[in-house]
Design a protein around this ligand. Structure first.
Ligand code: CTP
Ligand code: CA
Length: 239
């Protein structure tokens, strides 16, 4: 740990952490995916365990060794991830959505391998058009479900990797996203310079109004502890 001695300030708490990136099958051999390595989610799991928490770690296509002590559950697609989060979120004190979830999946998965010539017909230049549909927004749904239940549990943390665009800065987009999603915390990562798979990270932690609570720059471990530091006061008192 970068800060030396670790406080056991998450004793008695249970966290559900999602990590990695989902894969959406197109046919038996191909999928749509993203560049998420799972390292930030892993760092969060290690940090939370070190601080005394119990951790359920939902891993979407992560090739990293399971943090000792974590309950690891593996998933492939966004739909599988959504189902597991729905099953577990009512049983934990905090939900940390570090996974990169596909926004779109194949409208129809082909049971057989998509063939080049069949999709092109007689025209050797033609290409198939992939029909997509939207996936569930797990973070948004988790916030909605909590509101409907009239409960403050679990505390919900989202992540947003943004590049600016369309006249908006990355930070502006993150602030808007914080307000739109309604999570208690949104961890904003400016990826204009690229960060996936990197060991170092630079984030701002926003509240649900888009206001900055903290900044962290350095290892993913350091960032993980900074996120947990902000999560801690949002947790209800231990009875
Ligand atoms: N997320 C989710 N379910 C999805 C997509 C995203 O729970 N189907 C979560 C991610 O795990 C992350 C947060 O929402 O914690 C923000 O993800 P992001 O992709 O930045 O947000 P989107 O609303 O999908 O917006 P964008 O158009 O920028 O992709
Ligand atoms: Ca997205």
């Amino acid at each position: 740990d970068a800060r030396g001695a670790v406080r056991r300030d998450l004793m008695g708490r249970e966290l559900l952490i999602t990590a990695g990136g989902t894969r959406e099958d197109l046919d038996p051999v191909r999928y749509l995916a993203n560049h998420s390595s799972g390292r930030q989610g892993w760092a969060l799991a290690h940090a939370a365990l070190a601080r005394g928490a119990r951790v359920r770690l939902i891993a979407a296509n992560v090739e990293l060794e399971t943090p000792p002590g974590a309950l690891r559950l593996d998933v492939g697609s966004a739909a599988e991830l959504a189902a597991l989060v729905a099953e577990h979120r009512g049983q934990v004190d905090a939900l940390v959505m570090a996974a990169a979830v596909a926004d779109f999946t194949a409208a129809e998965r082909s049971d057989s391998k998509i063939k080049k010539d069949e999709s092109a017909g007689d025209d050797s230049e033609a290409v198939p058009v992939l029909a997509l549909r939207r996936t569930q927004d797990i973070l948004r749904l988790s916030v909605l479900e909590r509101t409907e239940a009239g409960s403050g549990r679990p505390v919900i943390v989202g992540f947003a990797a943004e590049t600016g665009g369309g006249g908006s800065s990355a930070l502006d987009l993150a602030r808007q996203k914080a307000r739109r999603k309604g999570a208690d915390l949104l961890v904003f990562n400016d990826i204009t310079a690229g960060v996936f798979g990197a060991t170092d990270n630079s984030v701002r932690i926003l509240d649900r109004g888009g206001e900055e609570l903290a900044r962290a720059e350095g290892s993913k471990t350091l960032v993980a502890h900074a996120v947990l530091d902000e999560l801690l006061p949002a947790l209800p008192e231990v009875p």
